[in-house]
Design a protein around this ligand. Structure first.
Ligand SMILES: [Zn+2]
Length: 236
């Protein structure tokens, strides 16, 4: 749990905290689950700005007028973006995942934050680097100042894919026992380093949603109806 006095709030929910999606899985308790999870972090669940990711590799600058978008209904979430960035305080950004990688971005100097949802499609389109570029444009964030963290995601131990993926990600496929496995976090790691992030500023939770399925929701393990976890980031 982050310190109350910290300038940054940055967290990902786990399975035990319930489904956080208003769209996927059993949504009956989702608002209650959000409220309980966010209250501990000092965030009013009604104030969230949420991306309803549609695997579009665009990043969006979120401002105070956007507060509450997607907080109480899926309908007004930002449906055209996979990454959100802001320099506004007390404006919590949220994305929802069950296997996809959440990429947290923090520039302590400006300060500013970002949050990207990196599935394989977004990763193919370099979504994390696009969020970093938007922070550079919008806030003059130098990449070398950025702190980056990867949340829970399906890892190369479990993410079996077809051979076609070797053509899409020539450097991101692991061949094991004649099966192909995608290293989503590894590819994102290379992308953020290529964007200028320093290796020592990169933290990876290394949690695998598939093999640690008792702790996390996994789309691949459970199917499309599974719940979603929330990743959230906010400047205080
Ligand atoms: Zn695994």
């Amino acid at each position: 749990m982050p310190q109350k006095e910290a300038e940054l709030v940055c967290a990902a929910s786990v399975r035990g905290q319930g489904n956080m999606s208003l769209f996927y899985g059993d949504t009956r308790d989702s608002l209650k689950n959000r409220e309980a999870f966010l209250k501990e972090l000092g965030i009013d669940y009604r104030d969230l700005a949420c991306a309803r990711q549609v695997h579009q590799a665009s990043a969006r600058y979120i401002q105070d007028k956007d507060k509450g978008r997607g907080a109480l209904s899926e309908k007004d979430a930002f449906c055209d973006t996979d990454a959100l960035v802001t320099d506004k305080k007390n404006l919590a950004l949220a994305i929802f995942t069950a296997d996809c990688l959440s990429v947290f971005l923090y520039d302590p100097k400006r300060p500013a934050v970002g949050l990207a949802h990196a599935g394989w499609r977004g990763t193919k389109d370099n979504i994390a680097a696009k969020a970093i570029k938007l922070m550079q444009r919008q806030f003059n964030t130098p990449a070398q100042d950025l702190h980056v963290a990867f949340g829970p995601a399906i890892r190369s131990c479990c993410y079996q894919v077809s051979g076609d993926f070797a053509g899409i990600f020539p450097d991101g496929i692991i061949n094991r026992d004649n099966h192909y496995y995608l290293d989503l976090a590894g590819i994102n790691r290379k992308q953020v380093l290529a964007a200028g992030v320093k290796e020592e500023n990169l933290f990876d939770s290394r949690d695998c949603t598939f093999c640690q399925n008792s702790n996390f929701f996994s789309y691949r393990k459970e199917g499309a109806d599974c719940g979603r976890m929330m990743s959230v980031i906010m400047l205080k």
